[in-house]
Design a protein around this ligand. Structure first.
Ligand code: 11C
Length: 345
């Protein structure tokens, strides 16, 4: 069955990736694009400063950009994908849910709210049923589901795999994040190459809290956050796309690199259109010059892991994923597919 969908914030870096993934999509029919008031009324071709290295799909280029108000969005839209800035998302998204729209959002607002499911389907699809609690508590006909920050998504499938095979006690992670994570401003900053930037405001806290919520249990009424101690250090490097992360996982027991690699390799994927199989590509060579496009494995939706080393009571490794595909637009689309599969749209 096909669902009619729209995009909130269609002109930005993630919004453009949503256009890429939704035109075409096997389950979704893209019918509405929204953006800020100064873009409303223009054609998408005119409003979007298109940055991807292929042409805007013809059918989308001539669509008229709408405002993000419920009055301006067609009533028959089943699902809205949101890539609004969080300051706009926190204002706009609840109003749209109240007006009856189901919103699958990449925006960082409300990710850790008690009644908002934060979901990476291969990791915690069951959390989607927190929407029953949300509808009861908020009285919404619509619904709000979130995907996490791109740097959280990159490591969480690997942590879930280790947690299921062993037991995750603590995580230390240091990131090397691409400039596209900072939106257009970040991409522009590629003009200043040869510049690694330490500290990215707020990113560490997001990785620490979101990972614990995603890895937590759900009893039908509430999510109990995982009690692993998670600490992150986040840094920006001058590459366009793809976040690379160095992870130290404390598992409370000595683990061989082979057993750790097997746990990641065997972590199951899902039968959803955007879920890659395998989800995690594992490389065990001790010295592996990286092909340029590990980030594009599984059409940009897979995680690549390698560099395993035994530590006292755990394992060290690195992981990499495409930040605006797996980490943002693709994550929202995948949650949309889960909403459809679970009967919420
Ligand atoms: C970055 N991860 O690379 C950020 C961008 O919470 O969704 C995404 C911010 C978010 O700067």
């Amino acid at each position: 069955m096909s669902h009619t969908v729209g995009i909130l914030g269609a002109t930005g870096a993630v919004g453009q990736r949503l256009v890429q993934l939704l035109d075409p999509h096997p389950e979704f029919d893209l019918v509405a694009l929204t953006a800020s008031d100064d873009s409303a009324g223009k054609s998408y071709r005119e409003a979007a400063k298109w940055r991807l290295d292929f042409a805007i799909p013809d059918a989308v280029a001539e669509m008229t950009v709408r405002r993000t108000d419920a009055d301006d969005i067609p009533d028959d839209v089943d699902l809205l994908f949101s890539s609004l800035p969080s300051s706009v998302g926190e204002r706009v998204e609840p109003g749209l849910c109240e007006a009856g729209y189901v919103v699958s959002s990449n925006s960082s607002n409300d990710r850790t709210a008690d009644d908002v499911p934060l979901v990476v389907p291969e990791v915690n699809a069951d959390h989607i049923d927190l929407l029953e609690v949300q509808r009861d508590e908020r009285g919404w006909d619509g619904a709000l589901v979130k995907n996490p920050n791109c740097s959280t998504i990159t490591m969480v499938p690997t942590l879930a795999a280790l947690d299921r095979a062993f037991e995750l006690d603590a995580v230390r992670v240091s990131t090397l994040q691409a400039v596209s994570g900072a939106g257009y401003d970040g991409v522009s900053s590629m003009e200043i190459i040869d510049n690694a930037i330490p500290h990215i405001g707020g990113e560490e806290q997001k990785m620490e809290s979101e990972a614990r919520k995603l890895l937590g249990g759900f009893d039908g009424a509430a999510v109990s956050w995982h009690d692993a101690d998670v600490a992150a250090s986040c840094n920006r490097i001058p590459t366009l796309d793809g976040h690379l992360e160095n992870v130290w996982a404390d598992l409370g027991e000595d683990v061989t690199t082979e057993d750790a690699a097997d746990a990641l390799r065997e972590f199951p994927s899902l039968d959803l259109p955007s879920s890659p199989d395998p989800l995690i590509h594992v490389f065990e060579e001790p010295d592996r010059p990286q092909p340029r496009l590990d980030r594009m494995r599984g059409d940009g939706m897979a995680v690549t892991a390698g560099g395993f080393r035994e530590t006292s009571g755990g394992v060290q490794y690195n992981c990499l994923a495409h930040n605006t595909l797996r980490g943002a637009a693709g994550a929202s689309v995948l949650n949309g597919e889960l909403l459809a599969d679970s009967g919420y749209i």
